[in-house]
Ligand binder design. Structure first.
Ligand code: RAT
Ligand code: ZN
Length: 422
């Protein structure tokens, strides 16, 4: 049979296919370069990634406020000295910096931070975006777009809505609703100031107005989904502003527009507030809340990622029961090779090809390079194992069939779920 795969050529073929399949990266914190400075890139941003700050602060005897008072370059110097020179940088976040520098053609052996700075100092962002997309082999990335963030809000309203800015289709939007859903006490006065006739009490008029707010932002951003990061103790159903907002505002609008709701659950925000973004933790959530959503709203679609390792098995089992649930990615503290391997293997065994294996969560453009390189390595190994098991039964596989599967797993399933293309 043409393109037939056997045990001898399997590793090579799967490796090449995973490498050559462009990814839809379903969750990042990157921005369309036209949004300006809020798109982070370059070596100092890479080195001061909050994952690395958490690791640095375990070693240095420096009050947190003093760290935050340092300039970006001084912060990067401290992280570099502490994690890369005084210790071997094999933690996932450290290794990621080195994978990235190497892929860009820099000499990692030199350990010459100044030379790396020089390289980035002369780069132009537009061509750099092209280069990163090409090295990481990405089709598109999904941003995290917060209408309550004053800087972003201004860009969406003044530049995008007015048509002054042309959107780069490689950067798809996601309407992020953390403030609305997790902080109604702050959200409602803000909505009121913006001209929505809402009150603290979620009466019928307020619900209608919140729906109007959502419709407006869906029109402005044209997002692929509406997302929220939720704490580990999130419950549904329950009597709370958040539960009411989800059931009475998000769910009906999501159904009406066909734009999925994406709960990302399991965070313990700011368990060490002095560490800022680096100070969040993880907790196991109650999967019954996701089950409630999928079962109660069968006409709605849910994209779900959970932060706790302990929730991964029950999420995969739940997805077997509900086709309106699409689990995605190995989120944040799970984005480490050992855990990606475990979760990927389990999802392939329980869900076949009907999942999205990974997202990058990149906050700095350059991180796309390492996050996808490392994930691709693990995904390749796990897929080889699964296809080898198939071949061992006497099943015949073709390269085209492997390509078909990999395209789905690397993000193609998002577009099928959305019933649209990019
Ligand atoms: O992974 C991260 O960088 C976290 O700080 C969060 O942004 C998390 O991914 C989130 O989307 O809330
Ligand atoms: Zn994130």
């Amino acid at each position: 049979m043409a393109g037939a795969v056997n045990r001898e050529n399997l590793d090579r073929i799967v490796g090449e296919i995973v490498q050559n399949t462009p990814v839809t990266d379903i969750h990042t914190h990157l921005y369309d370069p036209a949004f300006g400075d809020i798109l982070l890139w370059g070596v100092d941003e890479l080195i001061t990634y909050h994952y690395l700050i958490a690791e640095t602060m375990r070693w240095v005897d420096l009050p947190y406020e003093e760290y935050w008072r340092l300039s970006k370059v001084e912060q990067a110097n401290l992280v570099w000295q502490t994690l890369f020179l005084d210790n071997s940088p094999y933690s996932e976040a450290c290794r990621g910096v080195l994978t990235t520098l190497k892929a860009l053609g820099l000499d990692v052996a030199s350990r010459d931070l100044k030379a790396y700075r020089k390289y980035f100092g002369i780069r132009q962002v537009a061509e750099y975006v092209d280069q990163v997309f090409q090295i990481a082999n990405l089709e598109c990335v999904v941003m995290t777009n917060d209408p309550f963030d004053p800087v972003e809000r201004r860009i969406w309203l003044d530049e995008v809505r007015t048509g002054k800015m042309e959107r780069d289709q490689r950067f798809q939007a996601a309407l992020r609703l953390d403030v609305l859903l997790n902080n109604w006490d702050t959200a409602w006065p803000q909505l009121k100031e913006w001209g929505f006739s809402v009150t603290a009490k979620l009466n019928e008029d307020t619900i209608q107005e919140v729906q109007r707010f959502l419709r407006e932002w869906l029109e402005i951003m044209e997002p692929v989904y509406m997302a929220v990061s939720l704490p580990y103790d999130f419950q549904l159903p329950e009597t709370s502003a958040r539960a009411t907002l989800i059931e009475k505002c998000i769910i009906p609008i999501s159904r009406e527009t066909g734009i999925p709701f994406a709960p990302m659950v399991g965070v313990r925000r700011r368990i060490n507030p002095d560490l800022k973004d680096a100070g969040d933790g993880v907790g196991k959530m109650d999967i019954a809340s996701i089950e409630y959503l999928c079962a109660s709203f069968p006409e709605n679609k849910f994209l779900v990622t959970l932060l706790s390792r302990e929730n991964q098995h029950e999420l995969a089992v739940l997805a077997r029961k509900f086709r309106n649930l699409l689990p995605f990615g190995c989120w944040w503290f799970l984005n480490n090779p050992s855990l990606i391997e475990e979760i990927t293997r389990m999802r392939l065994e329980l869900l076949g090809t009907s999942t999205i294996l990974q997202h990058s969560d990149a906050r700095v453009l350059d991180q796309l390079i390492y996050k996808w390189d490392h994930s691709r390595q693990v995904i390749t190994g796990t897929l080889v194992e699964k296809y080898a098991d198939l071949l061992a039964t006497g099943w015949i596989l073709t390269e085209d069939e492997i390509k078909r599967d990999v395209e789905k797993l690397m993000g193609g399933n998002l577009w099928t779920f959305l019933e649209r293309s990019i």
